[in-house]
Design a protein around this ligand. Structure first.
Ligand code: PRT
Ligand code: MG
Length: 213
């Protein structure tokens, strides 16, 4: 059995065409079904539906042979026991610093005082501000980061931005780009050795179907 771990929502939707290129068709859509294990047209391939941030954990421990996760998630997880063969160029966005419109970010980061930053991405944020030589107090949140500067929890947030619509709707603006994000195919190192003959054709089909733009 080959097990592929992925999250529902944008990653699942953008993965369906890649699966099709490998001749794999899911038997159900995770948004419709409550099943966490979804079969495919191939008896030896199944999908497991997990939280986006849990994908690397399932693959690291070999509960899934391969998985699909954003660079943001992989950066926070660290690379332990994972092999990262392919950038799938899907679920693209940017990790950015954002503040309330009118907040003087330049001054706040020059003053030598500490900046309060709310984020789910504490490792990426810590690294970014350390490189800039800006002292920060990091406040860990698990979602809706956009609210933090509006209610005085933080001066700034580090969050993913795709259309910019969420920032705009909350009177926030992006002030710094940290890194570009896309989703990657990751593989368990032992699975790659033990199941190479069945995994390689799937990896090759994905690679051939990746859009280059
Ligand atoms: O939702 P859950 O808490 O279960 O986990 P998750 O939010 O990590 O999962 P999911 O499925 O929402 O996102 C999975 C992956 O998609 C992320 O790890 C990213 O690699 C990628 N991705 C691409 C995004 C976005 N674009 C994105 N725009 N993930 C989240 N967003 C959010 C962002 O956090 C912000 O709140 O969408 C909002 C901004 O969108 P715009 O279009 O208004 O700018
Ligand atoms: Mg989400």
């Amino acid at each position: 059995m080959i097990t592929l771990a992925l999250s529902k929502g944008r990653i699942f939707e953008e993965t369906v065409p890649l699966l099709a290129a490998a001749g794999i068709v899911p038997l159900e859509a995770p948004e419709q079904s409550r099943k966490l294990i979804i079969g495919t047209n191939r008896e030896d391939v199944r999908l497991i539906i997990v939280r986006a941030s849990d994908v690397p954990t399932y693959v690291e421990y070999g509960a899934a042979d391969i998985g699909i996760a954003g660079k943001d998630v992989l950066h926070e997880h660290g690379g332990n026991g994972l092999y990262m063969p392919l950038d799938l160029n899907i679920a693209k966005c940017k990790l950015m610093v954002a503040v309330r419109k009118g907040f003087d970010y330049e001054a706040a980061t020059k003053r030598g005082s500490r900046l309060r930053v709310a984020t789910k991405y504490t490792d990426s944020a810590r690294e970014h501000f350390a490189n800039k030589g800006v002292h920060v107090d990091l406040i860990k949140l698990y979602g809706s980061m956009e609210l933090a500067p509006l209610v005085g929890l933080a001066d700034a947030i580090v969050d993913l931005v795709s259309t910019g619509g969420t920032l705009k709707a909350n009177n926030l603006e992006a002030v710094e780009h940290i890194y570009d994000v896309s989703s990657r195919l990751i593989a368990n190192q032992a699975s790659l050795k033990l199941k190479r003959d069945r995994l390689q054709p799937i990896l090759d089909a994905f690679a051939g179907a990746v859009s280059k733009d």
